[in-house]
Design a binder for this molecule. Structure first.
Ligand code: NAD
Length: 337
């Protein structure tokens, strides 16, 4: 394809601060001349019977067709008779892996300066299979489902990611000493995939030890892959290592190569509409999306502009201790481009 070809991508601005930070992404992409044409979809205010949620069938079709998208935060509507928005997306698009890059932002001081790791979380089964019941009064049971198919799929994604992103090591995080069958199968699948990638070092780390190592010296890790619940917890722990919600991006990978990038934070109703939100997490998510599309030049340029704006410290939003508005901060990034 020629350099002028544009790629269509779905954009869900989302709720609360979503539209403000989505505007920031659009502006930065225009300035960096990213060859992307956005197809915007908003969450509806009525349940679409075809999806049983406030997300319309058309918006899901848009992601399926474009294979790539960016999602702002979505507020969970209260009431009965519909599915949660994030659950609808995960199930309908079969988003099986959640990928979170975590690296220290130069100039924004946290306890560590040298975090540079990726967590990859299995997103469809494990402890989150939703199979809970009462056996007899006072005794309940929750089923943790681990399948060979889903474990191989996420392991394959982790090794492929490591290889294509110049990473050297994949650590499988587990508790197979206790969860012998479930985590045992997960590890077995990781080992099988590891054999196909002799250039990537493979190791297995028990989850409790992993937590201790992460808080003592996060530089010990490169790419981490793990079942659902461990991934939920460890990925937030890692987000905390680099400065928290306003900064951390993520990307969801679905069946057939779908990539739906999203910030980790929610719709921040307390600051919505006040031009105060930090767009960094969504911007860095959009950088993940560009990398998924192999638009590495654009991704590097945008990432560089964000990082140098934060490092300079002249324009920072309130969550990072500054006084800049979302629009001023965004303009500073555009000036860096
Ligand atoms: P939240 O992440 O929206 O807010 C927590 C705190 O962090 C607030 O004080 C907020 O102002 C601040 N914050 C978050 N993002 C920020 C940003 N970019 N810049 C500056 N400050 C920021 O969490 P919450 O209040 O628990 O949830 C609000 C709504 O968002 C709920 O409806 C929840 O269901 C939804 N939610 C959605 C997602 C998602 O779509 N993936 C994730 C989490 C929460």
């Amino acid at each position: 394809s020629s350099a002028t070809d544009t790629i269509r991508a779905t954009l869900f601005p989302g709720d609360g601060i979503g539209p403000e930070i989505a505007e920031s992404v659009k502006q930065v992409f225009r300035t960096a001349e990213v060859p992307i044409e956005w197809e915007e979809h908003y969450v509806g205010d009525q349940v679409d019977p075809r999806t049983q949620s406030f997300l319309t069938w058309e918006s899901l079709e848009s992601v399926r067709k474009n294979q790539v998208g960016l999602k702002g935060p979505m507020a969970t509507p209260i009431g009965k008779g519909h599915r949660s928005l994030n659950l609808t997306l995960r199930k309908e698009l079969n988003l099986y892996a959640n990928v979170r890059p975590c690296y220290s932002l130069p100039g924004y001081k946290t306890r560590y300066d040298d975090v540079n790791l990726i967590t990859i979380r299995e997103n469809t089964e494990g402890e989150y299979s939703g199979l809970e019941h009462q056996v007899v009064r006072g005794v309940v049971e929750s089923l943790k489902i681990i399948t060979r198919q889903a474990s191989l799929r996420v392991a394959e994604y982790a090794f492929h990611y490591a290889k294509t992103h110049g990473r050297e090591r994949v650590s499988a995080i587990h508790k197979a000493n206790i969860m012998q069958k479930t985590d045992g199968l997960f590890l077995k699948c990781c080992r099988e995939v590891a054999e196909k990638y002799p250039e990537i070092t493979y190791e297995e780390v028990v989850i409790d030890n992993c937590c201790m190592m992460l808080v003592k010296n996060p530089a010990l890790f490169d790419v981490l892959v793990m079942p659902n619940l461990y991934g939920d917890i460890i990925s937030d722990l890692c987000a905390g290592l680099i400065g928290g919600l306003g900064l951390t991006p993520s990307c969801n990978i679905g069946e057939g190569g779908i990539a739906l990038a999203e910030a980790v934070h929610g719709s921040a109703p307390d600051i919505a509409g006040k031009n105060m939100a930090n767009p960094t997490a969504l911007l860095l998510s959009s950088v993940s999306m560009l990398r998924h599309l192999n638009l590495h030049d654009k991704a590097d340029r945008i990432q560089e502009a964000i990082l140098s704006t934060i490092a300079e410290g002249k324009y920072r939003t309130a969550d990072l201790g500054g006084t800049s508005t979302t629009t001023d901060f965004t303009k500073a990034i555009c000036d860096h481009l």
